[in-house]
Write a protein that binds this ligand. Structure first.
Ligand code: MF3
Ligand code: CO
Ligand code: CO
Length: 281
C-alpha cells in the first residue's frame, strides 16, 4: 500500500495508552454500540444478512467512522453475521434470517485511527429454550470475565472466570479464537484466551486496551473453517453464541468502551442486560 500515514504494527508487548487513547476509544466504542442498537428492529425473520450489513455500512459512514473489516485480509463486509452453528466470521449474504435463529452480529469501526469492536446476540422470533439459555450464559460469562479486570490481575483470570460460568452451565468454551489487544491496531497483544486458567498470563496494568469476546457452544468446543476461508462453524453443528466488548484497564478496575447507551446490551433478552451488573459502572 502507498500511503504517507504511519503504519502501526504489533510490537509483541502490551501497549499502555494515555488519556488521548481513552478519548479516542470512547468515540469509536460509542459508534459501534449505537450501530448495534440501531439494527435491533431490522434483525427479524425474512431479512437477508447482507441487507443488515448494508445498514451497518451506511451507519458507520454517516457517523464519521470507517469500517475496520472492509479490506481486512481481503474481507469485504462491514460486519460478521454468524447464525446458529456458525461460531464467528459469518459472511453477510443473500441468506434470510428465519424464525428461531440466533445470530451474532460483530462490528469493528475506526474513528480518528482508534478501533471499536463489539458484538451481541440477536434472537429471531420464537427461539428455543436451550438457544436462549446459551445466549444468556454467554453474556453472563463475558460480564464475569470483565469483572476480573483490574490492575495486578492476570490476563488468565479473565478466561478462568469465563470457563467457570461455562462449566457450571455445561457448555464448552471455544479456544480457536481469542480476544485481543486493540487501539490504533485492530489485533494487537495480548491474546485473551477465553479458556485460560486463573493466575496465569501477563499482569494487567492501567492503560491496557483489549477485547473480551467469548464464544460458547452447546456441544463440543471444536471448530472448523469453511472453504470460503472465513466462516467458522462448530464441528458437531451444535449452536454457538458470542458477545464482545472493547475495554480498558483503569486505576480502579475497568472501563467498557462499547456499552449500549440505551441499555440494550442483550437484544435477545432485553431484561437480562438490566439484571446483570456492569463492572466499572
Ligand atoms: N470483529 C472480529 C473480532 O472480534 C474480527 C473480524 S475480522 C473480519 O476480532 F475480517 F472477519 F471481519
Ligand atoms: Co474482536
Ligand atoms: Co469483533
Amino acid at each position: 500500500m502507498t500511503s504517507d500515514t504511519e503504519v502501526i504494527t504489533r510490537t509483541g508487548k502490551i501497549r499502555i495508552h494515555d488519556e488521548a487513547g481513552f478519548e479516542g476509544m470512547r468515540k469509536a466504542g460509542r459508534v459501534v454500540a449505537e450501530c448495534l442498537d440501531m439494527i435491533i428492529p431490522y434483525v427479524v425473520p425474512d431479512v437477508t444478512t447482507e441487507s443488515v450489513d448494508k445498514l451497518i455500512y451506511e451507519f458507520v459512514m454517516d457517523n464519521g467512522a470507517s469500517s475496520a473489516t472492509i479490506g481486512y485480509h481481503g474481507y469485504r463486509h462491514a460486519s460478521c453475521i454468524s447464525v446458529n452453528h456458525v461460531v464467528c466470521h459469518g459472511i453477510p449474504s443473500e441468506r434470510r434470517f428465519k424464525n428461531g435463529d440466533i445470530a451474532n452480529i460483530d462490528v469493528t469501526v475506526v474513528v480518528d485511527g482508534w478501533h471499536g469492536d463489539s458484538s451481541r446476540m440477536y434472537g429471531l422470533g420464537d427461539v428455543k429454550r436451550k438457544a436462549e439459555r446459551l445466549m444468556d450464559v454467554t453474556y453472563e460469562s463475558l460480564m464475569a470475565g470483565i469483572a476480573t479486570v483490574k490492575p495486578s490481575a492476570r490476563v488468565g483470570d479473565i478466561g478462568g472466570a469465563i470457563s467457570a460460568v461455562a462449566a457450571r452451565n455445561r457448555v464448552s468454551v471455544v479456544d480457536m479464537f481469542c480476544g485481543h489487544g486493540l487501539g490504533q491496531v485492530f489485533h494487537d497483544e495480548p491474546n485473551v484466551v477465553h479458556s485460560a486458567k486463573a493466575g496465569t498470563g501477563p499482569v494487567l496494568e492501567p492503560g491496557m486496551f483489549f477485547t473480551i469476546e467469548p464464544m460458547l457452544n452447546l456441544g463440543k468446543k471444536d471448530c472448523g473453517v469453511l472453504s470460503d476461508g472465513w466462516t467458522a462453524t462448530t464441528r458437531d453443528r451444535s449452536l454457538s453464541a458470542q458477545f464482545e466488548h472493547s475495554l480498558a484497564v483503569t486505576e480502579n478496575g475497568v472501563e467498557i468502551f462499547t456499552l449500549s447507551p440505551t441499555g440494550q446490551h442483550t437484544p435477545h433478552n432485553p431484561d437480562l442486560g438490566a439484571k446483570i451488573p456492569i463492572p466499572g459502572q
